[in-house]
Design a protein around this ligand. Structure first.
Ligand SMILES: [Zn+2]
Length: 88
């Protein structure tokens, strides 16, 4: 899994803001992100270990160890979900 930090996510956040991909919640910490460029869909997973946030996507960028915009889209949805849970 790839560690999500301010540094590693910076470029992907910019791309995510531009492309605004659709995200669908599957189950706890698992999301499907629809590619903004084509008909591909990617499953993204998240984990929290040793106080750090980690994520994994199925696309080629993620295989290379890069944070892709799919991960950011999923992470944004994940944070939103967590905040809803807390509010209830
Ligand atoms: Zn990806």
């Amino acid at each position: 899994m790839i560690r999500l930090t301010t540094e590693t996510t910076q470029k992907a956040i910019e791309k995510c803001k531009q492309l605004k991909p659709k995200v669908k919640f599957i189950k706890d910490r698992l999301f499907v992100v629809y590619s903004a460029n084509n008909s591909n869909v990617y499953h993204v997973r998240f984990d929290v270990k040793d106080g750090g946030k980690f994520g994994q996507c199925e696309c080629r960028a993620s295989e290379k160890g890069l944070v892709c915009y799919h991960l950011i889209a999923g992470a944004t949805a994940n944070i939103y979900r967590q905040s809803l849970k807390r509010a209830n």
